[in-house]
Design a protein around this ligand. Structure first.
Ligand SMILES: C[S@@+](CC[C@H](N)C(=O)[O-])C[C@H]1O[C@@H](n2cnc3c(N)ncnc32)[C@H](O)[C@@H]1O
Length: 203
């Protein structure tokens, strides 16, 4: 029997993120999560946000763990993971009210981050939200020395990883019909950034 995957940090950051989601997802029902990881966030958030249908996704190697959490929780509003790599994904246009992703942009290569914004721009309905949690630089600067150290560590492991700059993400957003409408500072020197898709959809 496989072990249920567990990430301590995902348990720790869940409540501060959930407080943002409670506010931002009022009136948003269909949510796609990109890079569900262990599946912990999906279960925690769907249990609280009962009006939401939560679609998990990730690359295939993480599906077994996500399904383990889904089966154990038995919630009616969490769906089995889609096989979704942002660089190759084919998802129907305008099929979600919101896309949520956590701690993915600094793990993905810059090309994959670009592909993620392109995908999000396509799958969101007009007025839909892209909610991205993680550490970010702003105007080229790190907000703390610990994030500068984390960035150096990521790049030493793989030069294509690294903490992304919000200004760069905002440009990717604009290129894909997404305008940043909010930024929440949350514990552990992280942020939740919110972009909204324009009414006139960009294809
Ligand atoms: C650090 S983990 C974060 C997992 C989870 N969201 C969390 O916060 O605990 C990064 C996640 O990004 C996913 N990921 C990396 N590259 C990806 C890609 N090209 N397409 C989709 N997901 C990707 C990984 O599989 C992994 O689940």
């Amino acid at each position: 029997m496989p072990e249920k995957p567990y990430a301590e940090y995902a348990q720790r950051n869940a409540l501060p993120i959930l407080e943002v989601l409670r506010h931002e997802l009022r009136g948003h029902t269909e949510v796609l999560e990109i890079g569900s990881g262990t599946g912990q966030h999906a279960i925690r958030f769907a249990a609280d946000l009962v009006h939401v249908q939560w679609q998990t996704s990730d690359v295939d190697e993480n599906h077994e763990g996500i399904s383990f959490w889904i089966a154990e929780a038995g919630l009616p509003n969490v769906r089995q993971p889609l096989s979704l790599d942002v660089t190759t994904a084919e998802v129907s246009d305008a099929s979600y009210d919101a896309v949520y992703s956590s701690n993915t942009a600094h793990i993905m290569s810059p090309g994959a981050v670009k592909a993620m914004f392109r995908l999000v721009g396509r799958v969101l309905r007009p007025d839909g939200l892209f909610i991205l949690y993680g550490p970010f630089r702003r105007a080229g600067r790190f907000n703390t020395q610990s994030n500068a150290d984390f960035d150096a560590d990521l790049r030493s492991r793989d030069p294509s990883m690294g903490i992304r700059d919000l200004d760069v993400l905002d440009i990717l957003g604009i290129e894909n019909g997404l305008r940043r409408v909010n930024l929440y500072a949350v514990p552990s020197n992280n942020f939740v950034a919110i972009w909204q898709k324009s009414q006139a959809s960009v294809q």
